[in-house]
Design a protein around this ligand. Sequence first.
Ligand code: P6P
Length: 337
Amino acid sequence: MSHQPRSIEESRIAQPIGTTLDRFIKNNQDQFAFASGELSQLLRDIALASKVVNREVNKAGLIDIMGAIGSQNMAGDQQQKLDVLANIRFTRALMKGGEACAIISEETESFVDLNNNGKYVIAIDPLDGSGNIDVNVSIGTIFSIYRRKSPVGRPIQTIDILQPGADQVAAGYVLYGSSTMLVYTTGHGVNGFTYEPTLGEYFLSHPNLRMPTEGKIFSVNEGGYFSFPEAVKKYLAYCKEQQYTGRYIGSLVADFHRNLLKGGIYIYPATAASPTGKLRLMYECNALALVAEQAGGKATNGTTRILEIQPENLHQRVAFYVGSPSMIDRAMQFNLG
Ligand code: P6P
């Protein structure tokens, strides 16, 4: 009997719907060193908040949440309305989930003390790249999850808050781009999920992401060139001699994600404007450094592996070089630090 070709509709319906984020977490919860339900709850809280933020980001041009609110955050960045909204969404979701004892956020001066019975500390940049909101360029959320060090039930201590990136138990980011993606690791590789808004679900779309060992993309804001360290200038000259491609979106999550998939190096060195670097260790660099390393990449401040840096304060800035391992190794030969 000749097989009748399926209609497009039949083919679409017949497609397996794929693995949701919830299902993936459940299928892999034995990989999480602590009580499995705790990680599921934390990732569910973060995913839920990202769905709400995604909706607000997508509507930003249509309702009055565009633009700056006239205040500045801890880093001195002009706070955009969506920054503030995103911070509220993530804080509320984590508070309701009950697993977090404290939140470190770009948007708040000190840590937010949630619940002494919580076992996890979350470091988050609720909406990174927010300067791009008004011009409709991709932006992102970056998050780190740490296990508290002090006894549960007692007040939060500094040892719970200022933990090196190597102590993260999970980390990842959400990219609000042409599609919205959540990419995370619990220390067993990196997996990417794409959001299907009509179903309100994240589906596994990029299993076991690996950063290409080599790349031909360098990502840096050359506006700061004249105040870059000489070693960085020499490395950039090398990149141009190799005829690498320059790509700089100015939204860290977007620049990082492109390099994760295609290979490349992202550089934010010390500059005159930011003598210790611009990017923040606790809620930007540590999370991306863990994702990078778990995908086979590398991340350094020019002299030290990012994950080994002992934080001195919540909003500490570092120079940041992250990307394909061969490119980082080559860059380090220029004595960047
Ligand atoms: P510059 C956004 O403010 C951010 O923290 C990152 O998302 C981005 O990569 C970087 O700063 C852009 O900084 O100095 O190039 O505008």
